[in-house]
Design a protein around this ligand. Structure first.
Ligand code: ADP
Ligand code: MG
Length: 268
C-alpha cells in the first residue's frame, strides 16, 4: 500500500467527557489516530485510559464530545454496517442456538443472512456442525468464535475488537490469535484490537498504539515488522523480547504506579 493511500479510519482530536455526579470525567483528550486500509492495529494502555471509549467512538455507537471519526473519509455519525464488533463477552442469547444467534442481527435489520458465507465462516473457525448447539453447550473459546462469525457475517470492512480473548486461557487465546491471522490473510479486513496482552498485540498487529493514562491520547506507535504468517517461534526471539519490554516500560512508566512490576531484564 502506498503511503499516500487514504486512511480507512481517521480519528481526529477525539475528546470525550462523561458527565458524572462529581463532575465530568475526561476519558479522551484530543486523541488522533489513522488506521490504514487492511492493517491490524492494536491499542494497549493502562486500565481506564480510554481504550474502550475510543473503540466505541470508532464504531459510531457512542458520540464524542469533540472531534470526529472518519470512515473512508466520511464522518461516522451512527452505527454502520461496514463495521463489525467483538467484545470480551460473546453476548450470545442463551435461549437461541448458535445459528439463530448469528442470524439474530439480520432479523433485527430485516435483511437476509448470506447462509453460504456464514457456513464458510463457521468452517473457518472450526464450528461446522455446531449450528444447532446452545451457548451453554459451547466452551468460552467456541462462544468467542461464534461472536467472531456473527461480526464477520455482514462482511464488514472494519472489525473492532475489545479484549475479545481476554477471558480465555492462554492456549485457547493463542489458537484464537492464529485463527484471526488466518482469516485476515484470506480476506484482509481492517482490524483494530484492544488487548491487555502485549504478546497478542505483537503476534497480530502491523502497528501497536500505546495510549497515555486518562485522559487518553496516543503516546507512542510501534511498527511490528515480522513476516506473516507469524509462528510461535518468532514470539521467542530477541526482537520480540525487546519490543515487549519497550512497550511494557511505556505503559508502566505512564501508570507511575509504585505497585508496577519492574521490567524484566534479559538473561546475560
Ligand atoms: P479502558 O477501556 O482503557 O479501560 P474506558 O474507555 O472504559 O477505559 O474508560 C475511560 C475512563 O472513562 C475511565 O476512567 C472510566 O471510569 C470512565 N468511564 C467510562 N465510561 C463511563 C461512563 N459511562 N460514565 C462515566 N465514566 C465513564
Ligand atoms: Mg476497556
Amino acid at each position: 500500500m502506498s503511503a499516500a493511500a487514504e486512511p480507512k479510519l481517521r480519528v481526529r482530536n477525539a475528546t470525550k467527557a462523561y458527565p458524572t455526579r462529581s463532575g465530568d470525567v475526561l476519558a479522551l483528550d484530543h486523541c488522533s489516530l489513522d488506521v490504514r486500509p487492511g492493517e491490524i492495529v492494536s491499542i494497549v494502555g493502562p486500565s481506564g485510559c480510554g481504550k474502550t471509549t475510543l473503540l466505541w467512538s470508532m464504531s459510531g455507537l457512542h458520540g464524542l464530545t469533540a472531534g470526529d471519526v472518519l470512515l473512508d473519509g466520511k464522518e461516522i455519525t451512527g452505527p454502520n454496517p461496514e463495521i463489525g464488533m467483538v467484545f470480551q463477552d460473546a453476548n450470545l442469547l442463551p435461549w437461541r442456538n448458535l445459528e439463530a444467534n448469528i442470524h439474530f442481527p439480520f432479523e433485527i435489520k430485516g435483511t437476509k443472512p448470506d447462509r453460504i458465507w456464514i457456513d464458510e465462516l463457521l468452517n473457518r473457525v472450526g464450528l461446522e456442525g455446531f449450528g444447532g448447539k446452545f451457548p451453554r453447550e459451547l466452551s468460552g473459546g467456541m462462544q468467542q468464535r461464534a461472536a467472531l462469525v456473527r461480526a464477520l457475517s455482514f462482511k464488514p470492512s472494519v472489525l473492532l475488537m475489545d479484549e475479545p480473548f481476554g477471558a480465555l486461557d492462554a492456549f485457547t487465546r493463542e489458537e484464537m490469535n492464529r485463527m484471526v491471522e488466518e482469516i485476515w490473510l484470506d480476506s484482509p479486513t481492517t482490524i483494530v484490537l484492544i488487548t491487555h496482552s502485549i504478546e497478542e498485540a505483537i503476534f497480530l498487529s502491523d502497528r501497536i498504539v500505546v495510549m497515555t493514562p486518562r485522559p487518553g491520547r496516543v503516546a507512542a506507535i510501534h511498527d511490528v515488522p515480522f513476516p506473516r504468517p507469524r509462528s510461535l517461534e518468532i514470539m521467542s526471539t530477541r526482537e520480540v523480547f525487546d519490543l515487549t519490554n519497550a512497550i511494557k516500560a511505556e505503559i508502566v512508566g505512564k501508570q507511575q504506579s509504585r505497585y508496577a512490576d519492574p521490567v524484566p531484564q534479559p538473561a546475560q
